[in-house]
Design a binder for this molecule. Sequence first.
Ligand SMILES: [Zn+2]
Ligand SMILES: [Zn+2]
Length: 173
Amino acid sequence: METLNGFCRRSGELLLPPAEPCHLDPGALWIPEDRSEQATGHRWNAATGSGYCGRPLAGPTSGVLGECAPCRIAWEQAETYRQTIILPRRRTRAASWPYRTLDAFSARADSLEPGDAYTLSGCSERHFVVEATSRRSDSHTVLLVYVTGEDRIAECRIRRDRLVAVERPVLAA
Ligand SMILES: [Zn+2]
Ligand SMILES: [Zn+2]
């Protein structure tokens, strides 16, 4: 009986995987993990893996929601910096890609470095790494990326051991 309970618990977990978006839609509002106050949406912060206000979040929602004020203020500051300061530089770098000598190989996500570009299954975009943060204890690595097709800076949080196709510029000797 114990075994059956254990099995049911495990299969329950399998049926409810946490949402794992690739790069994040900056317009997305998320609902809190405890599902309370479903009328209020939050902004997900890849660096912390929770809302900008500190609340654990369950996943993005497409419903029309009010917005958590602390999340909105912190997110707007981060977003303004990304789209006005970081974006133009990354756009220039991405434009130089066809003229560069690139090493192409498969690697774990936690080996990505700023300056790399990568693609992965499940997302049609090429991602240029702006920042990569991976603490030894974390199961995920957090990336700030330039997404070429959408022409914007976005956050990603992907499993460290996820395989990605990397393009890394070969430095001239
Ligand atoms: Zn993506
Ligand atoms: Zn919030």
